[in-house]
Design a binder for this molecule. Structure first.
Ligand code: COA
Length: 151
């Protein structure tokens, strides 16, 4: 079975918050941020699977702090685990303003992507976690999948 390290499929995407992305208060719309995160996660899933993947679910989306017009948004997407035709992608978003050197976490979420075209006798490359964090996320991904299956 083919094994791939999470670092191979990692995606880092940056955006600048423009007026069109903001609500009347001048802060980034939540739906816009989730859209950017979805694209980063989709590219990560496609890097890993080498197939077109569709979003099946988005879990634990939580908005921790606002971003304002002119801020830079940095989105990081990492595969945690692949199953048969589905993959979990952990996605984090950070904000960096012009007067700060340190990006601050503003959002994180778990995306599940599925490759619908895969047939019964074919499964995705499996994830080969390397770092302690990757191993922790790999183990938690199974718990997350079982919880969703039992719902
Ligand atoms: C996601 C989708 C392909 C699943 O199809 P399905 O026939 O219900 O899938 P199955 O029951 O055969 O399950 C296939 C895999 O998807 C997983 N899955 C299905 N629905 C899921 C959900 N809501 N959340 C997480 N995983 C899901 C299953 O656990 C299974 O994983 P595995 O093969 O790794 O064990 C289908 O529901 C779909 O096309 N949804 C619309 C997707 C879309 O339009 N996304 C937005 C645009 S990209």
């Amino acid at each position: 079975m083919k094994m791939k390290r999470p670092s191979i499929s990692e995606v880092i995407k940056t955006e600048i918050v423009c007026p069109n992305d903001a609500n009347p208060m001048g802060i980034l719309q939540g739906g816009k941020l989730v859209q950017w995160m979805d694209i980063a996660a989709a590219v990560c899933a496609q890097n890993h699977s080498e197939h077109i993947a569709v979003t099946a679910s988005i879990d634990n989306v939580s908005f921790k702090r606002p971003a304002k017009i002119g801020d830079v948004i940095i989105i990081k997407a990492n595969i945690t685990r692949a199953f048969n035709t589905s993959m979990e992608i952990f996605t984090e978003a950070f904000v960096k303003s012009l007067n700060s050197d340190t990006p601050q976490l503003i959002n994180e979420a778990y995306f599940t992507f599925v490759v619908p075209e895969l047939k019964e006798n074919f499964s995705l490359p499996q994830v080969d976690p390397e770092t302690k964090l990757e191993v922790e996320r790999y183990e938690k991904a199974l718990e997350n999948k079982l919880k969703k299956t039992l719902k």
